[in-house]
Design a protein around this ligand. Sequence first.
Ligand code: URP
Ligand code: ZN
Ligand code: ZN
Length: 473
Amino acid sequence: MGIVIRGGTVVTSTDQLKADVYCEGGVVRAVGKDVEVPAGTQVVDASGQYVMPGGIDAHTHMELPFMGTTSSDDFFTGTAAGVAGGTTTIIDFIIPNRNQSLLEARDFWMNNAKKACADYAFHMAVTWFNDQVQKEMRHAFHEDGIQSFKIFMAYRGAIGVDDVELIGVLDTAHDLGALVTSHCEHGDAVVTLQNRLADRGLLTPKYHAQSRPAYLEGEATNRVINLALAASDGRNGHPARPHEAQPVYIVHLTCREAMDAVYAARRRGQPVLVETCPQYLLLDDSVYEKPDFEGAAYVMSPPIRPKGHQDYLWDALSTGAIQHVATDHCPFRQADQKVMGRNDFRKIPNGAAGVEDRLKLLYTYGVATGRLTLQQFVDVTSTQAAKIFGLYPRKGTIAPGADADLYLYDPAATGRISAATHHQKVDRNIFEGFEVKGKVSTTVLAGRVQYQDGQLRVERGAGRYLKRTGTRT
Ligand code: URP
Ligand code: ZN
Ligand code: ZN
């Protein structure tokens, strides 16, 4: 049985029109006025609402083993929370341990993800490098449809790589035509600062932020950009040409220093893509002053930045300099996980939830404030991620032939974010008390209503693995 979404305003990254959307067999069949549909078609009334392409969150960590524990949303609960917030596709990370086979880690993550109720793809983190890793990168790219590789310049001694390994990953990705995504912080310098603070007994959550200053994110961003240029240098016998550099995608960029490194690279013609997250747009580092260890809920890397950086990021987002707003969804419960670092910020599991709240936050503080048009909103929450990571036009738009993934947004509704009402399996919400304008009233995934009027109707295991074949580099 098909489904028709009647009378809404369909919004894509380029258009906005009053139209019906008819879906059948899991894909969009027609978009237009008064579309004729077969008898028995399910009708969803969208009058007064926006009909948007399903959200794509290109940065999540479901059931990630990390810092001695595991992030508290698994692939089922995390994708369900995403569906309640209009997100119908996630791109998660396979993160092998140092010295672990990439393909062995792939099997572990693929197995975990079978319970997802929304569609998913993977980036492959490369946490060490040798000939075997290089071979497995090729396999992941050609056989498994994993066409983006991730490097952590932080987390030294665990999943972080050194510069020699980083160069190996960039070179291999360049050979393959793959994209490299990078967590940019100077890992060794962070360890030095952490230990210096710890030696002085400064161990509360706010020192997590102090040990990871913006200038060290700027340094690492600049470094990966320069090493990406080196990856192309001399290949054709001539000196480096910026436009031939290995493309890099900077994940969860937080600060002016990092953005300035990106601007400088782009001025010389180098391909650099940028992602940020709602927490870096909407929170400032005063969150770390909260009493009773509540600052631990905001311990993530990079940390929330001092006032000033947020406006710089909003400016970059509204002028198109930032391509995607993801969440870095990586929740840890305060009660029994964050508390592992009660006496030492270095042991607080890094990360927070966000997959459920991304779209309403960005609509409220982006669209409703006039910082983003509706088209830009769709672009940075869905279309660009689909294009960059090789999922477009199957994902990221509403058009005949695309997957029937969409959500209805009721702009007249109001609400307030709270851990008491969210679906994410975590006991804190870093946006607790934030007022929101509008709400996701209905989410349709592969042509089936999976969320409506506050009720989740998701199906464990209904999510499909998205094998990528066309990542843009
Ligand atoms: O603190 C964070 N961001 N935790 C998740 C892992 C990462 O660095 O993305
Ligand atoms: Zn990271
Ligand atoms: Zn992350």
